[in-house]
Design a binder for this molecule. Sequence first.
Ligand SMILES: NC(=O)N[C@@H](CC(=O)O)C(=O)O
Length: 436
Amino acid sequence: MSASANSSTFILRGARPYGGDPVDLVLRDGAVAEAAAAGTASAAGATVVDADGLVALPGLVDLHTHLREPGREDAETVETGTQAAALGGFTAVHAMANTDPVADTAGVVEQVWRLGREAGHCDVAPVGAVTVGLGGERLAELGAMADSAARVRVFSDDGKCVSDAVLMRRALEYVKAFDGVIAQHAQEPRLTEGAQMNEGALSGVLGLRGWPSVAEEAVIARDVLLAQHVGSRLHVCHVSTKGSVEILRLAKERGIDVTAEVTPHHLLLDESLAASYDPVYKVNPPLRGKDDVQALRQAVADGVIDAVATDHAPHAAEDKEGEWANALPGMLGLETALAIAQEALVETGLLDWAGVADRLSTRPARIGRLAGHGRPLRAGEPANVVLVDPAVRRAVDPGALASRSRNTPYAGRTLPGRVVATFLRGRPTVLDGALA
Ligand SMILES: NC(=O)N[C@@H](CC(=O)O)C(=O)O
Protein backbone atom coordinates (compact mmCIF):
# COMPACT_ATOMS: atom_id res chain seq x y z
CA MET A 1 0.00 0.00 0.00
CA SER A 2 1.35 3.46 -0.82
CA ALA A 3 0.24 7.04 -1.41
CA SER A 4 -2.68 8.71 0.29
CA ALA A 5 -5.53 6.60 1.59
CA ASN A 6 -8.02 9.30 0.64
CA SER A 7 -7.31 9.35 -3.04
CA SER A 8 -10.22 8.38 -5.19
CA THR A 9 -8.02 6.47 -7.64
CA PHE A 10 -6.87 2.95 -6.84
CA ILE A 11 -4.61 0.78 -8.95
CA LEU A 12 -5.04 -2.92 -8.19
CA ARG A 13 -1.63 -3.93 -9.48
CA GLY A 14 -1.45 -7.42 -11.01
CA ALA A 15 -5.00 -8.47 -10.07
CA ARG A 16 -6.43 -11.50 -11.87
CA PRO A 17 -10.05 -10.74 -12.92
CA TYR A 18 -12.10 -13.94 -12.56
CA GLY A 19 -8.83 -15.82 -11.92
CA GLY A 20 -7.51 -15.01 -15.41
CA ASP A 21 -4.30 -13.28 -16.50
CA PRO A 22 -2.96 -10.44 -14.35
CA VAL A 23 -3.85 -6.84 -15.20
CA ASP A 24 -3.73 -3.48 -13.47
CA LEU A 25 -7.32 -2.67 -12.57
CA VAL A 26 -7.77 1.07 -12.23
CA LEU A 27 -10.69 2.31 -10.10
CA ARG A 28 -11.44 6.00 -10.46
CA ASP A 29 -14.32 8.13 -9.16
CA GLY A 30 -16.36 5.11 -8.19
CA ALA A 31 -16.05 3.27 -11.46
CA VAL A 32 -13.73 0.81 -13.13
CA ALA A 33 -11.66 3.10 -15.37
CA GLU A 34 -9.58 0.54 -17.22
CA ALA A 35 -7.84 -2.80 -17.15
CA ALA A 36 -4.28 -1.98 -18.24
CA ALA A 37 -1.44 -4.39 -18.95
CA ALA A 38 0.01 -5.65 -15.66
CA GLY A 39 2.64 -3.33 -14.23
CA THR A 40 1.89 -0.42 -16.57
CA ALA A 41 -0.85 1.64 -14.97
CA SER A 42 0.06 4.86 -13.21
CA ALA A 43 -1.95 7.87 -12.12
CA ALA A 44 -0.99 10.91 -10.12
CA GLY A 45 -2.02 10.55 -6.48
CA ALA A 46 -3.32 7.03 -6.96
CA THR A 47 -3.19 4.46 -4.19
CA VAL A 48 -1.46 1.34 -5.45
CA VAL A 49 -2.68 -1.97 -4.02
CA ASP A 50 -0.30 -4.88 -4.54
CA ALA A 51 -2.73 -7.45 -5.95
CA ASP A 52 -0.10 -9.86 -7.23
CA GLY A 53 -1.67 -13.33 -7.28
CA LEU A 54 -5.04 -12.07 -6.06
CA VAL A 55 -8.27 -12.97 -7.82
CA ALA A 56 -10.56 -10.00 -8.55
CA LEU A 57 -14.30 -10.60 -8.56
CA PRO A 58 -17.30 -8.30 -8.69
CA GLY A 59 -18.39 -7.46 -5.13
CA LEU A 60 -20.43 -10.31 -3.69
CA VAL A 61 -24.19 -9.93 -3.25
CA ASP A 62 -26.04 -11.84 -0.54
CA LEU A 63 -29.70 -12.63 -1.06
CA HIS A 64 -30.24 -13.81 2.50
CA THR A 65 -28.79 -12.05 5.55
CA HIS A 66 -30.30 -11.70 9.01
CA LEU A 67 -29.08 -8.37 10.42
CA ARG A 68 -31.39 -8.62 13.49
CA GLU A 69 -31.97 -4.87 13.72
CA PRO A 70 -34.46 -3.70 14.87
CA GLY A 71 -35.12 -5.87 17.89
CA ARG A 72 -32.19 -8.18 18.55
CA GLU A 73 -29.27 -5.78 18.60
CA ASP A 74 -27.64 -8.07 21.17
CA ALA A 75 -27.19 -10.67 18.39
CA GLU A 76 -26.31 -8.35 15.47
CA THR A 77 -26.80 -4.81 14.27
CA VAL A 78 -26.81 -3.30 10.82
CA GLU A 79 -23.37 -1.89 11.73
CA THR A 80 -21.78 -5.20 12.84
CA GLY A 81 -23.55 -7.33 10.26
CA THR A 82 -22.46 -5.12 7.37
CA GLN A 83 -18.92 -5.04 8.74
CA ALA A 84 -19.00 -8.84 8.57
CA ALA A 85 -20.37 -8.58 5.05
CA ALA A 86 -17.59 -6.29 3.83
CA LEU A 87 -14.94 -8.52 5.42
CA GLY A 88 -16.53 -11.44 3.58
CA GLY A 89 -16.24 -9.62 0.25
CA PHE A 90 -19.86 -8.48 -0.03
CA THR A 91 -20.85 -5.10 -1.42
CA ALA A 92 -24.59 -5.66 -0.98
CA VAL A 93 -26.78 -7.75 1.28
CA HIS A 94 -30.51 -8.38 1.44
CA ALA A 95 -31.66 -7.94 5.02
CA MET A 96 -34.32 -10.46 6.01
CA ALA A 97 -37.64 -9.28 7.39
CA ASN A 98 -37.94 -11.39 10.57
CA THR A 99 -36.93 -8.55 12.84
CA ASP A 100 -38.85 -7.11 15.80
CA PRO A 101 -40.87 -5.23 14.69
CA VAL A 102 -41.16 -7.25 11.49
CA ALA A 103 -40.16 -5.42 8.30
CA ASP A 104 -43.70 -5.39 6.95
CA THR A 105 -44.22 -1.65 6.41
CA ALA A 106 -42.52 1.12 4.46
CA GLY A 107 -41.44 2.63 7.79
CA VAL A 108 -39.44 -0.37 8.95
CA VAL A 109 -37.79 -1.14 5.60
CA GLU A 110 -36.79 2.52 5.26
CA GLN A 111 -35.28 2.43 8.75
CA VAL A 112 -33.13 -0.60 7.89
CA TRP A 113 -32.14 0.88 4.55
CA ARG A 114 -31.15 4.17 6.20
CA LEU A 115 -29.10 2.40 8.89
CA GLY A 116 -27.26 0.60 6.08
CA ARG A 117 -26.48 3.86 4.32
CA GLU A 118 -25.21 5.42 7.55
CA ALA A 119 -22.99 2.42 8.32
CA GLY A 120 -21.53 2.56 4.82
CA HIS A 121 -19.86 -0.87 4.78
CA CYS A 122 -22.05 -2.26 2.02
CA ASP A 123 -25.42 -1.59 0.44
CA VAL A 124 -28.37 -2.93 2.42
CA ALA A 125 -31.44 -3.96 0.46
CA PRO A 126 -34.25 -4.67 2.91
CA VAL A 127 -36.48 -7.65 2.23
CA GLY A 128 -40.13 -6.97 2.95
CA ALA A 129 -42.37 -9.45 4.76
CA VAL A 130 -45.02 -11.12 2.62
CA THR A 131 -47.60 -11.24 5.41
CA VAL A 132 -48.34 -8.89 8.31
CA GLY A 133 -46.11 -9.78 11.24
CA LEU A 134 -45.05 -12.97 9.39
CA GLY A 135 -48.43 -14.20 10.62
CA GLY A 136 -49.32 -15.97 7.39
CA GLU A 137 -52.84 -14.52 7.38
CA ARG A 138 -52.92 -11.14 5.64
CA LEU A 139 -50.69 -9.71 2.92
CA ALA A 140 -48.39 -6.94 4.09
CA GLU A 141 -48.21 -3.59 2.28
CA LEU A 142 -46.02 -4.90 -0.52
CA GLY A 143 -46.67 -1.96 -2.83
CA ALA A 144 -45.86 0.63 -0.18
CA MET A 145 -42.56 -1.12 0.55
CA ALA A 146 -41.77 -1.30 -3.17
CA ASP A 147 -42.51 2.43 -3.56
CA SER A 148 -40.55 3.43 -0.44
CA ALA A 149 -37.03 4.87 -0.44
CA ALA A 150 -35.82 1.30 0.18
CA ARG A 151 -37.26 0.20 -3.21
CA VAL A 152 -38.00 -3.32 -1.95
CA ARG A 153 -38.11 -5.98 -4.67
CA VAL A 154 -37.64 -9.17 -2.64
CA PHE A 155 -40.40 -10.25 -0.27
CA SER A 156 -40.12 -13.13 2.17
CA ASP A 157 -41.55 -14.45 5.40
CA ASP A 158 -38.25 -16.30 5.87
CA GLY A 159 -38.13 -18.23 9.09
CA LYS A 160 -41.74 -19.07 8.28
CA CYS A 161 -43.30 -20.54 5.18
CA VAL A 162 -46.13 -18.83 3.31
CA SER A 163 -48.04 -22.08 3.59
CA ASP A 164 -51.51 -20.83 2.62
CA ALA A 165 -51.77 -21.45 -1.12
CA VAL A 166 -54.27 -18.64 -1.66
CA LEU A 167 -52.04 -16.07 0.06
CA MET A 168 -49.03 -17.32 -1.88
CA ARG A 169 -50.94 -16.98 -5.12
CA ARG A 170 -52.03 -13.43 -4.26
CA ALA A 171 -48.51 -12.43 -3.26
CA LEU A 172 -47.09 -13.78 -6.52
CA GLU A 173 -49.75 -11.85 -8.46
CA TYR A 174 -49.25 -8.64 -6.49
CA VAL A 175 -45.45 -8.33 -6.98
CA LYS A 176 -45.73 -8.55 -10.77
CA ALA A 177 -46.75 -4.87 -10.81
CA PHE A 178 -43.25 -3.79 -9.72
CA ASP A 179 -41.15 -6.71 -10.94
CA GLY A 180 -40.81 -8.10 -7.43
CA VAL A 181 -40.14 -11.65 -6.37
CA ILE A 182 -41.46 -13.85 -3.58
CA ALA A 183 -38.60 -15.65 -1.80
CA GLN A 184 -40.18 -18.67 -0.21
CA HIS A 185 -38.96 -20.43 2.94
CA ALA A 186 -40.19 -23.83 1.78
CA GLN A 187 -41.23 -25.72 4.90
CA GLU A 188 -44.61 -27.41 5.21
CA PRO A 189 -45.44 -26.51 8.81
CA ARG A 190 -47.54 -29.54 9.77
CA LEU A 191 -44.87 -31.96 8.51
CA THR A 192 -42.19 -30.24 10.59
CA GLU A 193 -43.85 -29.61 13.94
CA GLY A 194 -41.19 -29.85 16.64
CA ALA A 195 -38.57 -30.86 14.07
CA GLN A 196 -34.96 -30.77 15.25
CA MET A 197 -32.82 -32.29 12.49
CA ASN A 198 -33.00 -34.10 9.14
CA GLU A 199 -35.44 -37.01 9.25
CA GLY A 200 -33.72 -40.32 8.65
CA ALA A 201 -31.99 -43.21 10.35
CA LEU A 202 -29.74 -40.86 12.31
CA SER A 203 -32.58 -38.78 13.79
CA GLY A 204 -34.03 -42.04 15.08
CA VAL A 205 -30.75 -43.04 16.68
CA LEU A 206 -30.21 -39.61 18.24
CA GLY A 207 -33.79 -39.32 19.43
CA LEU A 208 -34.31 -35.94 17.74
CA ARG A 209 -37.59 -35.26 15.92
CA GLY A 210 -37.12 -35.39 12.14
CA TRP A 211 -37.59 -32.66 9.47
CA PRO A 212 -38.39 -34.69 6.35
CA SER A 213 -37.15 -33.66 2.89
CA VAL A 214 -40.69 -33.92 1.58
CA ALA A 215 -41.71 -30.95 3.75
CA GLU A 216 -39.45 -28.77 1.59
CA GLU A 217 -40.09 -30.52 -1.72
CA ALA A 218 -43.89 -30.45 -1.47
CA VAL A 219 -43.90 -26.66 -1.01
CA ILE A 220 -41.46 -26.08 -3.87
CA ALA A 221 -43.54 -28.28 -6.18
CA ARG A 222 -46.71 -26.37 -5.28
CA ASP A 223 -45.05 -22.98 -5.63
CA VAL A 224 -43.43 -23.52 -9.03
CA LEU A 225 -46.87 -24.53 -10.32
CA LEU A 226 -48.46 -21.45 -8.72
CA ALA A 227 -45.75 -19.23 -10.23
CA GLN A 228 -46.43 -20.76 -13.63
CA HIS A 229 -50.17 -20.38 -13.20
CA VAL A 230 -50.03 -16.66 -12.43
CA GLY A 231 -46.97 -15.93 -14.61
CA SER A 232 -44.91 -14.53 -11.78
CA ARG A 233 -41.42 -14.80 -10.40
CA LEU A 234 -40.56 -17.20 -7.56
CA HIS A 235 -37.30 -17.55 -5.65
CA VAL A 236 -36.67 -20.51 -3.35
CA CYS A 237 -34.61 -19.86 -0.23
CA HIS A 238 -31.96 -22.25 1.14
CA VAL A 239 -32.68 -25.37 -0.94
CA SER A 240 -31.40 -28.36 1.01
CA THR A 241 -32.42 -31.63 -0.66
CA LYS A 242 -31.67 -33.68 -3.74
CA GLY A 243 -35.40 -33.96 -4.44
CA SER A 244 -35.78 -30.16 -4.43
CA VAL A 245 -33.05 -29.96 -7.06
CA GLU A 246 -34.96 -32.42 -9.26
CA ILE A 247 -38.16 -30.35 -8.99
CA LEU A 248 -36.29 -27.12 -9.78
CA ARG A 249 -34.64 -28.75 -12.78
CA LEU A 250 -38.02 -29.85 -14.14
CA ALA A 251 -39.56 -26.44 -13.49
CA LYS A 252 -36.75 -24.66 -15.32
CA GLU A 253 -37.02 -27.09 -18.23
CA ARG A 254 -40.70 -26.14 -18.43
CA GLY A 255 -39.72 -22.47 -18.61
CA ILE A 256 -41.15 -21.54 -15.21
CA ASP A 257 -39.63 -18.31 -13.86
CA VAL A 258 -38.06 -19.77 -10.73
CA THR A 259 -34.65 -19.16 -9.15
CA ALA A 260 -33.08 -20.81 -6.13
CA GLU A 261 -30.31 -20.40 -3.61
CA VAL A 262 -28.27 -22.77 -1.45
CA THR A 263 -26.33 -21.86 1.67
CA PRO A 264 -22.58 -22.44 2.04
CA HIS A 265 -23.23 -24.76 5.00
CA HIS A 266 -25.50 -27.02 2.97
CA LEU A 267 -22.68 -27.31 0.42
CA LEU A 268 -20.12 -28.42 3.00
CA LEU A 269 -21.66 -29.85 6.17
CA ASP A 270 -23.98 -32.82 6.65
CA GLU A 271 -26.30 -34.27 9.28
CA SER A 272 -23.63 -36.46 10.88
CA LEU A 273 -22.54 -33.36 12.83
CA ALA A 274 -25.80 -33.52 14.80
CA ALA A 275 -24.41 -36.59 16.58
CA SER A 276 -22.32 -34.18 18.68
CA TYR A 277 -25.56 -32.61 20.01
CA ASP A 278 -23.69 -29.31 19.65
CA PRO A 279 -26.45 -26.79 18.79
CA VAL A 280 -24.05 -24.79 16.64
CA TYR A 281 -25.04 -27.37 13.98
CA LYS A 282 -28.76 -26.78 14.43
CA VAL A 283 -30.09 -24.86 11.47
CA ASN A 284 -33.21 -24.45 9.41
CA PRO A 285 -33.53 -26.23 7.02
CA PRO A 286 -31.38 -28.85 8.74
CA LEU A 287 -28.07 -30.21 7.55
CA ARG A 288 -28.94 -33.14 5.28
CA GLY A 289 -27.30 -36.32 3.98
CA LYS A 290 -24.06 -36.62 2.04
CA ASP A 291 -25.96 -37.39 -1.18
CA ASP A 292 -27.95 -34.18 -0.75
CA VAL A 293 -24.69 -32.22 -0.37
CA GLN A 294 -23.37 -33.77 -3.59
CA ALA A 295 -26.60 -33.02 -5.49
CA LEU A 296 -26.60 -29.40 -4.26
CA ARG A 297 -23.00 -28.85 -5.36
CA GLN A 298 -23.76 -30.32 -8.77
CA ALA A 299 -26.88 -28.13 -9.06
CA VAL A 300 -24.82 -24.99 -8.42
CA ALA A 301 -22.36 -26.15 -11.08
CA ASP A 302 -25.22 -26.83 -13.55
CA GLY A 303 -26.91 -23.53 -12.76
CA VAL A 304 -30.13 -25.23 -11.61
CA ILE A 305 -29.37 -23.50 -8.33
CA ASP A 306 -28.69 -19.90 -9.27
CA ALA A 307 -27.04 -18.49 -6.19
CA VAL A 308 -25.10 -19.22 -3.04
CA ALA A 309 -26.73 -17.17 -0.28
CA THR A 310 -25.45 -17.16 3.28
CA ASP A 311 -28.57 -17.29 5.51
CA HIS A 312 -26.25 -15.53 7.98
CA ALA A 313 -28.24 -16.12 11.19
CA PRO A 314 -26.51 -14.65 14.24
CA HIS A 315 -27.80 -15.69 17.64
CA ALA A 316 -26.88 -14.52 21.13
CA ALA A 317 -25.13 -17.13 23.30
CA GLU A 318 -28.17 -17.48 25.57
CA ASP A 319 -30.29 -18.58 22.58
CA LYS A 320 -27.72 -20.84 21.00
CA GLU A 321 -25.72 -22.50 23.74
CA GLY A 322 -27.44 -25.07 25.91
CA GLU A 323 -29.61 -28.01 25.01
CA TRP A 324 -30.08 -28.84 21.33
CA ALA A 325 -33.88 -28.89 21.61
CA ASN A 326 -34.04 -25.39 23.11
CA ALA A 327 -31.45 -23.73 20.88
CA LEU A 328 -32.57 -21.43 18.06
CA PRO A 329 -31.67 -22.64 14.56
CA GLY A 330 -29.11 -20.71 12.51
CA MET A 331 -25.42 -20.18 11.82
CA LEU A 332 -23.15 -17.28 10.88
CA GLY A 333 -22.21 -17.15 7.22
CA LEU A 334 -21.02 -13.82 5.84
CA GLU A 335 -17.35 -13.99 6.80
CA THR A 336 -16.81 -17.57 5.61
CA ALA A 337 -19.05 -17.82 2.52
CA LEU A 338 -16.39 -17.21 -0.09
CA ALA A 339 -14.01 -19.67 1.60
CA ILE A 340 -16.68 -22.37 1.59
CA ALA A 341 -17.42 -21.65 -2.07
CA GLN A 342 -13.72 -22.06 -2.81
CA GLU A 343 -13.52 -25.35 -0.91
CA ALA A 344 -16.81 -26.90 -2.07
CA LEU A 345 -17.00 -25.59 -5.63
CA VAL A 346 -13.62 -24.35 -6.91
CA GLU A 347 -11.26 -26.87 -5.33
CA THR A 348 -13.58 -29.71 -6.37
CA GLY A 349 -13.37 -28.52 -9.99
CA LEU A 350 -17.11 -27.83 -10.18
CA LEU A 351 -16.80 -24.08 -10.79
CA ASP A 352 -14.06 -21.72 -11.90
CA TRP A 353 -13.79 -18.19 -10.48
CA ALA A 354 -16.01 -16.81 -13.22
CA GLY A 355 -18.61 -19.29 -12.04
CA VAL A 356 -18.19 -18.12 -8.46
CA ALA A 357 -18.69 -14.52 -9.62
CA ASP A 358 -21.85 -15.59 -11.42
CA ARG A 359 -23.38 -17.47 -8.46
CA LEU A 360 -22.30 -15.10 -5.67
CA SER A 361 -22.63 -11.77 -7.45
CA THR A 362 -24.15 -11.58 -10.93
CA ARG A 363 -27.18 -13.79 -10.46
CA PRO A 364 -28.07 -12.72 -6.91
CA ALA A 365 -27.93 -9.07 -8.02
CA ARG A 366 -30.21 -9.87 -10.93
CA ILE A 367 -32.67 -11.81 -8.76
CA GLY A 368 -32.81 -8.89 -6.30
CA ARG A 369 -32.98 -6.34 -9.17
CA LEU A 370 -30.05 -4.51 -7.58
CA ALA A 371 -28.75 -2.04 -10.15
CA GLY A 372 -25.02 -1.35 -9.96
CA HIS A 373 -24.12 -4.70 -8.39
CA GLY A 374 -23.09 -7.95 -10.02
CA ARG A 375 -21.76 -6.03 -13.01
CA PRO A 376 -18.77 -7.25 -15.04
CA LEU A 377 -15.29 -5.99 -14.16
CA ARG A 378 -14.90 -3.71 -17.13
CA ALA A 379 -14.44 -0.04 -17.88
CA GLY A 380 -17.42 2.14 -17.07
CA GLU A 381 -19.00 -0.25 -14.55
CA PRO A 382 -19.39 0.66 -10.86
CA ALA A 383 -16.21 -0.27 -8.97
CA ASN A 384 -17.70 -2.91 -6.68
CA VAL A 385 -14.78 -5.28 -6.41
CA VAL A 386 -13.38 -7.91 -4.07
CA LEU A 387 -9.77 -9.12 -4.06
CA VAL A 388 -9.23 -12.61 -2.72
CA ASP A 389 -6.03 -14.51 -2.04
CA PRO A 390 -6.91 -18.12 -2.88
CA ALA A 391 -3.52 -19.47 -1.76
CA VAL A 392 -3.95 -18.74 1.95
CA ARG A 393 -5.35 -21.38 4.32
CA ARG A 394 -6.24 -20.46 7.86
CA ALA A 395 -8.22 -21.62 10.83
CA VAL A 396 -11.46 -19.83 11.69
CA ASP A 397 -11.20 -17.95 14.99
CA PRO A 398 -14.72 -17.06 16.19
CA GLY A 399 -13.28 -14.37 18.46
CA ALA A 400 -11.86 -12.55 15.44
CA LEU A 401 -15.20 -12.28 13.59
CA ALA A 402 -16.83 -8.87 13.17
CA SER A 403 -20.29 -10.31 13.78
CA ARG A 404 -21.66 -9.60 17.23
CA SER A 405 -22.50 -13.31 17.57
CA ARG A 406 -20.20 -16.33 17.71
CA ASN A 407 -22.28 -19.16 16.27
CA THR A 408 -20.00 -20.22 13.45
CA PRO A 409 -19.94 -23.96 12.71
CA TYR A 410 -16.35 -23.60 11.42
CA ALA A 411 -14.55 -22.67 14.65
CA GLY A 412 -11.02 -24.06 14.46
CA ARG A 413 -11.59 -25.46 10.99
CA THR A 414 -9.01 -24.57 8.35
CA LEU A 415 -10.59 -22.95 5.30
CA PRO A 416 -9.01 -21.75 2.07
CA GLY A 417 -8.82 -18.20 0.80
CA ARG A 418 -8.78 -14.77 2.35
CA VAL A 419 -10.60 -11.60 1.40
CA VAL A 420 -7.82 -9.01 1.11
CA ALA A 421 -9.80 -5.98 -0.04
CA THR A 422 -13.36 -4.94 -0.84
CA PHE A 423 -14.32 -1.81 -2.74
CA LEU A 424 -17.79 -0.26 -2.69
CA ARG A 425 -18.17 2.12 -5.64
CA GLY A 426 -14.43 2.64 -5.67
CA ARG A 427 -14.09 3.28 -1.94
CA PRO A 428 -12.30 0.62 0.11
CA THR A 429 -14.42 -0.92 2.86
CA VAL A 430 -11.72 -3.52 3.55
CA LEU A 431 -7.97 -3.23 3.00
CA ASP A 432 -5.27 -5.71 4.01
CA GLY A 433 -8.01 -7.98 5.33
CA ALA A 434 -9.26 -5.41 7.88
CA LEU A 435 -12.01 -2.81 7.86
CA ALA A 436 -10.72 0.25 6.00
N1 LIG B 1 -32.07 -20.29 9.07
C1 LIG B 1 -32.16 -20.42 10.38
O1 LIG B 1 -31.81 -21.47 10.92
N2 LIG B 1 -32.63 -19.43 11.13
C2 LIG B 1 -33.27 -18.24 10.66
C3 LIG B 1 -34.72 -18.38 10.44
C4 LIG B 1 -35.14 -19.70 9.92
O2 LIG B 1 -35.06 -19.89 8.70
O3 LIG B 1 -35.57 -20.53 10.72
C5 LIG B 1 -33.08 -17.14 11.68
O4 LIG B 1 -33.63 -16.06 11.50
O5 LIG B 1 -32.38 -17.37 12.65
